[in-house]
Design a binder for this molecule. Structure first.
Ligand SMILES: Cc1ncc(C[n+]2csc(CCOP(=O)(O)OP(=O)(O)O)c2C)c(N)n1
Ligand SMILES: [Mg+2]
Length: 584
């Protein structure tokens, strides 16, 4: 593919072939971290970017780089490549690998390593990289250093294809010490040994013929669905609810509508909309007159935000059916799930039964009561109206300090279908989950493991991938809502070097000076307050305005309702931070 020159490095020839094949198969985003051992890959990427074949994102911190790639794949459905040097650089990918594994997001890591002869002898920056991620990767290959042999480039092409198939979950990749590797999209590690000379000059013209005559496979993961995984036909019958956990997607809404069943949809389910939605599901699940009467629950996605849902599914008098759980583990609270299925639909009788008076009464009560609960929420009361203009009551209303319910409600109202909303792991996602009404908008959260790490990087990945395409959605704004500790945990991801594409991202920080989520734990009622503060709340007093300015991000602050509304309704902008002070 490359023009050859004397003194060519096999590392470069291999890297060009491997990356070229990834591009040919549809990969577009590459996240690259600097390092010496990976230089052949890095320089080949610079060339591929120069000729317009990839979108290259260069990041210093591998931990953030992993989450950036995760965010991109969440948005596009296509894995991004992450390239690192050897040693601790590789270990820094682990948090994002675990999140991708548990949430079923594809990702391909190209980790540079020393060749065999330099391993296990105390060489600089050399550890045991193969297998580092254990059972969290769909495929782990330790590729020997290329030596310039004849079949090497073809081998590189085959490796790219194998990696993509494994990341997409198209093929199960055999038995390991941890058992059969799970299918479904997830992370893949290609550990690539390189020997000196670590690179040579590379020039690509963009006219290189396809390296192989095979028809291009798609990089977009297709569901790995054997023929036996026909949709489960769900019969009419018991009093049923449909639960949409994280990433359930629109299939959950469609299913609930077809069966005429109440839809209990979490905020990041992708199914929080539609005529059968029960947004105030937590209150109702606790109510014996509602939750207490449920006889069957059909779960889509991965519920993580409430205690009520796992409690319901463990009840002896409730039949639990779990459909298309994303990620590596099937959702199975208390090991009480009766059936697992890849997909489901109400059978004909069930669809017809949706119109019976009993079914309509069951659904109607859930939906109407949920709407009444939301309507009675004092935090969401509308502005008082004074016919003679802006009165005192309205002024007071607009000057009211921002509260958590006000924050999530205003943000929800400011979001449109072409926007993307990303929610960090904190009190605020729970606040949103407990009160925002139905709306068909794109909401993401890292709920695979619900870490507070990598949140900024994930949102940048979603924003960059979202704004790159020709899709009308590419005109929207990405907004990230997170707590102060989650922001500080990933402050390094604010680093956008000169020349890097700038995300159209507004980071909204609910700043209550520490981890106030812990104030809601039972232990907060009994443990000494000072101890709780020191070891759980963990106070911080970082000057967020100075932090933003240090990294060159626009900064503003909204302490009242009117300031918040203004800050959330402006035109789309570049990277900005909005600080919202919140009472603990
Ligand atoms: C990587 C990681 N470390 C620790 C935790 C435990 N944890 C959950 S929430 C939280 C504090 C969050 O604080 P903040 O972001 O300020 O949100 P708040 O609860 O104050 O709204 C911590 C430390 C976690 N989820 N992930
Ligand atoms: Mg906080």
């Amino acid at each position: 593919m490359a023009e050859s020159a004397p003194g060519d490095s096999p590392a470069t020839a291999f890297s060009v072939a491997l990356l070229g094949e990834f591009v040919r198969l549809g990969v577009r985003d590459v996240v690259l971290c600097p390092g010496s051992r990976s230089q052949a890959l890095a320089l080949a990427c610079a060339e591929l970017e120069r000729i317009g074949r990839i979108r290259l994102h260069v990041r210093l911190d591998e931990r953030g780089a992993g989450f950036l790639a995760l965010g991109m794949a969440v948005e596009t459905g296509v894995p991004a490549l992450v390239i690192t040097t050897s040693g601790t650089a590789v270990a820094n990918l682990h948090p994002a690998v675990l999140e991708a594994h548990h949430s079923g997001v594809p990702m391909i890591l190209l980790t540079a390593d020393r060749p065999d002869e330099l391993r296990g002898i105390g060489s600089n920056q050399t550890t045991v990289q193969p297998g580092l991620f254990g059972g969290a990767v769909r495929l782990s290959v330790d590729e020997p250093a290329p030596v310039g042999g004849s079949g090497e480039q073809r081998g590189a092409l085959a490796l790219a294809r194998r990696a993509l198939e494994a990341a997409a979950g198209i093929k199960s990749t055999g038995i390991t010490s941890t058992g059969i590797r799970p299918a479904g999209p997830g992370p893949v590690q290609l550990n690539l040994a390189f020997r000196e000379p670590l690179s040579s000059a590379v020039t690509l013209t963009g006219d290189e013929p396809p390296a192989e005559a095979d028809p291009p496979a798609s990089a977009r993961p297709e569901a790995d669905r054997p023929a036996s995984d026909r949709p489960l036909a769900v019969a009419a019958g018991p009093r049923t609810v449909v639960i949409a956990g994280h990433a359930a997607g629109p299939a959950a809404e469609e299913f609930a509508r077809a069966g005429g069943w109440p839809l209990l949809a979490e905020v990041s389910s992708g199914a929080r909309f539609g005529p059968t939605l029960v947004a105030a599901y937590r209150e109702l699940l606790r109510d014996p007159d509602f939750g207490g009467r449920i006889e069957r629950a059909i779960v889509f996605g991965h519920p993580t935000l409430s205690r009520e849902i796992p409690a319901l599914l463990q009840r002896g008098d409730v039949e639990a059916i779990v459909v298309a759980s994303p990620g590596a583990e099937r959702y199975n609270p208390g090991h009480r799930v009766a059936h697992f299925a890849a997909a489901a639909r109400p059978d004909e009788e069930a669809a017809a039964a949706a119109a019976t008076p009993e079914a309509r009464e069951w659904l109607g009560r859930w939906v109407m009561t949920s709407r009444q609960i939301l309507a009675a929420d004092p935090a969401l009361a509308a502005a008082p109206i004074d016919e003679r203009g802006i009165g005192r009551a309205e002024l007071a209303f607009m000057r009211a300090p921002v509260t958590r319910p006000m924050l999530v409600d205003t943000l929800w109202r400011a979001s449109w279908p072409h926007d993307r909303l990303v929610l960090g792991a904190s009190r605020l996602i729970r606040e949103a989950d407990s009160r925002v009404p139905g709306k068909k908008i794109s909401v993401h959260a890292n709920r695979g493991l619900a870490g507070i790490d990598g949140t900024v990087a994930t949102a940048i990945g979603i924003a960059l991938a979202g704004q790159a395409g020709p899709d009308p959605r590419s005109t929207g704004t990405t907004r990230l809502l997170l707590g102060d500790l989650a922001l500080l945990h990933d402050a390094g991801s604010l680093l956008l070097a000169p020349g890097e594409p700038l995300p159209r991202l507004q980071v909204i920080v609910g700043n209550d000076g520490g981890g106030s989520i812990f104030d809601g734990l039972e232990v907060a009622a009994s443990a000494p307050a000072a101890a709780l503060d020191r070891v759980l709340f963990t106070p911080q007093r970082v000057d967020l305005s100075a932090l933003a300015s240090a990294y060159g991000w626009e900064y503003s602050r909204a302490a009242t309702r009117s300031e918040l509304e203004r800050a959330l309704t402006g035109p789309p902008r570049g990277p900005s931070i909005l600080e919202v002070p919140l009472a603990r």
